[in-house]
Design a binder for this molecule. Structure first.
Ligand code: URA
Length: 229
C-alpha cells in the first residue's frame, strides 16, 4: 500500500495533512524518515507518526443500544444518525446491518465488513431477529400458528416467512423473524388488526443486546460474537 494511503487509513489525517506530515519528516518506516507519498509500505513494516506506531484499523464490529429519536441512516436527517452516537475514528467507514425505525429501541449492529452484514440482512441466510413487542390490543394463542404459517402484508404478494411468537402477557410478546421487510413487525401486527405501541430488538442471530449497555451506549463485539454470524 502507498504510504499516504496507509497514513490516511490508520489515522484521522486527510491525504493533504498526511503529505504535510511526511514533508515535515514526521513519518518513519522501520526507523527511516520517508518523505515520498508513493513509498510502498510492505507487510510487517513499522510505520510511525511522531515516533508513535500507527497501524491499519482493520474491520470493525460493534453493537449499540439504540435510543428512540435516532435513525439507522448514515447521515442525520430529521433525527440524528445512530452513527453520531459513536465516539470513534472514521465513522464514515461503518454501516448499519439491519435498520430499526426511529421509534424502535435496542440492538443495532454496526460494521465496516459488507460480507458480514450481508449474512445478517439477506433473507436467504435466515438470520433471526428477536423483538420485544408491546401491543395496543391483547393477542391469543391462535396468533402463534398464524405467524408460523405466514401472514399477508399490505402491498406484498408473498406471505411473510415463518415467524416465532411467544406470548409473555396478552399485550407483551416476543417475535422472531428472519426477514427485514420495511416496518415488518408493525405491518405483521397491523395485518391481524393489532397495533404496535413499543418495539425493542433484543437479539440478532446468536448476538444478544448486552444488558450493561444503557440506551445510546455501544461496545465492540467479541471475537465469538463476530464468528457467530
Ligand atoms: N419492524 C418494524 O416494524 N420496525 C422496526 O424498527 C424493526 C422491525
Amino acid at each position: 500500500m502507498r504510504l499516504d494511503k496507509f497514513i490516511c487509513e490508520s489515522t484521522s489525517l486527510t491525504r493533504s495533512l498526511a503529505k504535510k506530515a511526511m514533508h515535515r519528516g514526521d513519518i518513519t518506516c522501520d526507523g527511516i524518515v520517508i518523505k515520498d507519498a508513493g513509498f510502498k509500505v510492505l507487510e510487517g513494516m513499522q510505520v510511525c507518526l511522531d515516533g508513535e506506531q500507527i497501524s491499519l484499523v482493520g474491520e470493525r464490529y460493534l453493537m449499540l443500544n439504540k435510543p428512540v429519536d435516532t435513525i439507522c441512516s448514515s447521515i442525520d436527517e430529521v433525527y440524528p444518525s445512530v452513527l453520531s452516537l459513536l465516539d470513534i475514528e472514521k465513522p464514515e467507514t461503518l454501516h448499519i446491518a439491519g435498520r430499526l425505525d426511529a421509534d424502535t429501541t435496542g440492538l443495532v449492529l454496526i460494521t465496516s465488513d459488507g460480507q458480514w452484514s450481508h449474512r445478517i440482512t439477506s433473507p436467504k441466510k435466515d438470520c433471526g431477529k428477536r423483538y420485544l413487542v408491546t401491543l395496543a390490543e391483547p393477542v391469543d394463542e391462535s396468533l402463534i400458528a398464524m405467524f408460523a404459517a405466514g401472514v399477508a402484508l399490505k402491498n406484498e404478494d408473498a406471505l411473510t416467512k415463518p415467524a416465532m411468537l411467544e406470548i409473555i402477557e396478552p399485550q407483551l410478546v416476543r417475535l422472531t423473524i428472519t426477514e427485514g421487510k420495511y416496518h415488518q413487525v408493525k405491518r405483521m401486527f397491523a395485518a391481524v388488526g393489532n397495533h404496535v405501541v413499543g418495539l425493542h430488538r433484543e437479539s440478532i442471530g446468536k448476538i444478544e443486546l448486552d444488558s450493561d449497555l444503557a440506551l445510546g451506549e455501544w461496545r465492540y463485539l467479541t471475537a465469538e460474537e463476530i464468528a457467530s454470524i
